[in-house]
Design a protein around this ligand. Structure first.
Ligand code: GLN
Length: 500
C-alpha cells in the first residue's frame, strides 16, 4: 500500500515511523508524498527556498534498506523535515534569506541538522526566514515573503516563518527553526503549530549562522507536542563544537503522559492586563488557565518585576551581538562581492551596502553605535545588568512554581505590511524576549482560534532553566484538553493528491 498526499499530511512523526516499520508504506513513498505536497502547495505558501529531493530520496532509501533487513528504525525514521535556511547542510546553500549569502554553499552540516538526519529524518530542504533572522514576519527575506497557510494575505510570523508554515501546511512533518527573541514561538502561534525554544545550551548552535550568540537557540516545530519532543530528543545534548551546549540526559518524549496533577503553574497578572494585548489573546490564555486547573494543576500568581525592561535590554544586546557577528561578511572571506570596486575599502562599503537589506543595516548601525567608545558605558553595560535582574526574576519565580503560562504574542497573524513601523514590530515580541534574555525554555502551543479574528492563537509555557521536561508535561496535558483543534491549515486544503 502506498501513501496518499492527503494521508501523509495528517500523519504524526510516530505514525510515519510505525507505518514504515509495519510495511504499510515505504520511506521512499513518504518522501514522494512529501515532495508532491510541496509541489502542490508551496507555490502558494513559499515556505521553501530550496527543495532537496535527491537528499530526501537518498535518506529514504537508507531507511527502506534498514527495514528490509529487519533492523531497528531510529526515532525519526522516514519523517520529512525542513531546516531554516540559517542552518548548514552539506549539498545545499545556506542563504539566511540574504543577498549577502545568496550563493553560499554550506561547507559542512550543522550539528542539529546532522543529528536529525542521523535519527532517520528525510531532509526536504531549506526554509524561508527574515533576513539573518531579524524580524517577526518573514517579510524581510530577500527571496520574497512566506504566506500564512491559514490566510494567505497574512504573515506567518518570523523569523522562522518558513519553518512554521511548512509544518502548518502539511508539507513537512517537523522542522527546525532558531529563536533569538521569539522566532520559533511567535510563528508557531501565528501558524497554529507547536514550536519550542529550549533552554539556552540544550541544542548545539554549531553550524547555525549566528545572530546573537548569547541568545540564539535552535528548536523544533511540529503539529503535536509529541512530534516536537521526539525531534528534540534527537537533536539535544552536548556537542564538542559548541562550548555552550550541555549534556542532556532527559527524554522529553518520556514525560508526556505524566500529567500535571500537583504541579504549580505560575500566572503573571500584569500580562493579563498589559496594554496593547488583543482581547482574544487574553481569552485564549484564560481558557488555558481554566483547563490546566481542571487537570489538577495549581495556579499561582507570580511577579516578574523587571521583565518589562527586557525589550530595551534585548534591543541593545541583540544588535551589539549581531553587529559583531555580521562583521565577518566582508566580501573577502564570506559574502557577496560587489563588482567594480576601486580599492579594498570601496569593496567593503559597496558589498555590505548592496548585500544587506534595510533591517540588517538598521541592526548593524545600531550595534555599531551602541558599542562605540563612550557609548557602551551608557547602554551595553546597563543592558547586561538588566539582563541579570531579569534572570533573577525567573529564578525567584521558579522557586514558587514548576512552569509559567503566558501569552506568546499580543496578537494573531497580521496582514502583510501592517506593521511597517519597525518599533511596532519590535514591540510585538514583549512576551517572548524575556525568556531569551534569561535563557529559559519556552513553548508555543496552539489553543484554538481567536474569537474575533478566527486565526490561530498560541499560549506560552515556560520552564526553569534545564528543566524543559516541565514544559513538555504541562504542554502535553494542555494539548489533551484541546482535542478539537485543527492542525492543518484550511487555506491549502483541497490538495487531495493521488497515490504518491
Ligand atoms: N523578532 C525578534 C527580532 O527581530 C526576534 C528574532 C529572532 O528570534 N530571531 O530580533
Amino acid at each position: 500500500m502506498a501513501i496518499s498526499v492527503a494521508d501523509y499530511r495528517s500523519l504524526s512523526a510516530r505514525a510515519i515511523r510505525d507505518g514504515i516499520a509495519r510495511a504499510d508504506f515505504s520511506a521512499c513513498e513518504v518522501a514522494g508524498a512529501a515532495l508532491a505536497a510541496i509541489e502542490a502547495i508551496d507555490p502558494r505558501v513559499h515556505a521553501f527556498l530550496e527543495v532537496t529531493s535527491k537528499l530526501a530520496h537518498e535518506a529514504a532509501v537508507r531507511i527502506d534498506a534498514l527495514r528490509a533487513k529487519d533492523q531497528p528504525l531510529p526515532a525519526l525514521a522516514g519523517v520529512p523535515i525542513g531546516f531554516k535556511d540559517n542552518m548548514n547542510l552539506l549539498g545545499t546553500r545556506t542563504t539566511c534569506a540574504s543577498r549577502m549569502l545568496a550563493d553560499y554553499a554550506s561547507p559542512y552540516t550543522a550539528t542539529c541538522v546532522g543529528r536529525s538526519l542521523a535519527a532517520g529524518a528525510l531532509p526536504l530542504g531549506k526554509l524561508n526566514m527574515d533576513e539573518f533572522a531579524f524580524g517577526s514576519s518573514t517579510e524581510t527575506s530577500c527571496f520574497g515573503r512566506t504566506h500564512n497557510p491559514w490566510d494567505l494575505d497574512r504573515v506567518p510570523g518570523g523569523s522562522s516563518g518558513g519553518s512554521a508554515a511548512a509544518v502548518a501546511a502539511g508539507m513537512a512533518t517537523v522542522s527546525l527553526g532558531s529563536d533569538t527573541g521569539g522566532s520559533i514561538r511567535q510563528p508557531a502561534s501565528f501558524c497554529g503549530v507547536v514550536g519550542f525554544k529550549p533552554t539556552y545550551g540544550v541544542v548545539s548552535r554549531y553550524g547555525v549562522v549566528a545572530f546573537g550568540s548569547s541568545l540564539d537557540q535552535v528548536g523544533p516545530f511540529g503539529r503535536s507536542v509529541a512530534d516536537v519532543a521526539t525531534t528534540l530528543d534527537a537533536i539535544a545534548g552536548r556537542d564538542p563544537f559548541d562550548c555552550t551546549s550541555q549534556e542532556c540526559a532527559t527524554s522529553f518524549s518520556a514525560v508526556l503522559d505524566a500529567g500535571v496533577e500537583g504541579m504549580r503553574v505560575g500566572i503573571i497578572p500584569a500580562y493579563l492586563e498589559a496594554k496593547g494585548v488583543e482581547a482574544e489573546v487574553v481569552v485564549a490564555l484564560k481558557g488555558a488557565m481554566d483547563r490546566l486547573e481542571r487537570c489538577g494543576a495549581r495556579l499561582v500568581e507570580v511577579e516578574l518585576p523587571n521583565a518589562k525592561a527586557a525589550l530595551s535590554a534585548y534591543y541593545v544586546i541583540g544588535p551589539c551581538e549581531a553587529f559583531s557577528n555580521l562583521s565577518r561578511f566582508d566580501s573577502v572571506r564570506y559574502g557577496y562581492r560587489a563588482p567594480g570596486a576601486r580599492d579594498l575599502g570601496d569593496q567593503y562599503e559597496k558589498s555590505r551596502a548592496d548585500g544587506f537589506g534595510p533591517e540588517a543595516v538598521r541592526r548593524i548601525m545600531l550595534g555599531s553605535y551602541l558599542l562605540a567608545s563612550g557609548v557602551y558605558d551608557t547602554y551595553y553595560y546597563p543592558a547586561q545588568q538588566v539582563r541579570t535582574l531579569i534572570t533573577q526574576d525567573y529564578h525567584r519565580a521558579f522557586e514558587q512554581v514548576d512552569a509559567l503560562l503566558a501569552p506568546v504574542s499580543p496578537r494573531t497573524a497580521f496582514k502583510f505590511g501592517e506593521l511597517a513601523d519597525p518599533t511596532a514590530m519590535y514591540l510585538s515580541d514583549i512576551f517572548t524576549i524575556p525568556i531569551n534574555i534569561a535563557g529559559n525554555g519556552g513553548m508555543s502551543l496552539p489553543v484554538g482560534r481567536g474569537e474575533a479574528s478566527g486565526l490561530p492563537v498560541g499560549v506560552q509555557v515556560i520552564g526553569p532553566q534545564f528543566r524543559d521536561e516541565n514544559i513538555f508535561r504541562v504542554a502535553a496535558a494542555l494539548e489533551r484538553c484541546y482535542p478539537e483543534i485543527e492542525r492543518l491549515a484550511p487555506a491549502v486544503e483541497g490538495v487531495e493528491g493521488g497515490e504518491a
